[in-house]
Design a protein around this ligand. Structure first.
Ligand SMILES: [Zn+2]
Ligand SMILES: [Zn+2]
Length: 133
């Protein structure tokens, strides 16, 4: 793997992807839908230009989680991989936890903090937003 790319995939290995470059910015999302979709306290997303993202092995299943969004995940093992808003096809969001080297991404903010579980506040000093940003 080149240093100019990020790669990742699901837990079972059926679905793999790669990103040209390092992505845009990363956010910890505390919304209730991300919590349900992941089973985790919050989800860290990396924004990526759609034309810099591609699946390299397999293809995810997807679920239309609201009128405005779609969530993609491995149909075999369930790992959450991607989130898209309908109509904004130039931009997508990838789960930082599914990257092979998540430490290469530095989160910049917390979003939807009004939905945050009280014990999931780590006081890291990053900016907080009640919506997306
Ligand atoms: Zn899988
Ligand atoms: Zn969310």
């Amino acid at each position: 793997m080149s240093a100019a790319k990020l790669a990742g995939g699901c837990l079972c290995g059926a679905v793999r992807y790669e990103i040209d470059g390092a992505g845009e910015s990363a956010s910890h999302c505390h919304c209730g839908m991300c919590r349900k979709a992941s089973g985790a306290a919050f989800v860290t997303w990396l924004g990526v230009a759609q034309d810099k993202f591609r699946y390299t092995l397999g293809a995810p299943a997807s679920y239309r989680s609201s009128d405005i969004a779609r969530r993609a995940f491995c149909a075999a093992c369930g790992s959450p991989l991607q989130f898209d808003y309908h109509g904004t096809h130039d931009h997508t969001h990838i789960t930082v936890g599914s990257l092979d080297e998540p430490e290469r991404v530095t989160p910049e903010r917390h979003i939807w903090v009004q939905s945050r579980i009280p014990w999931a506040d780590y006081g890291d000093g990053l900016p907080e937003f009640s919506g997306e940003d």
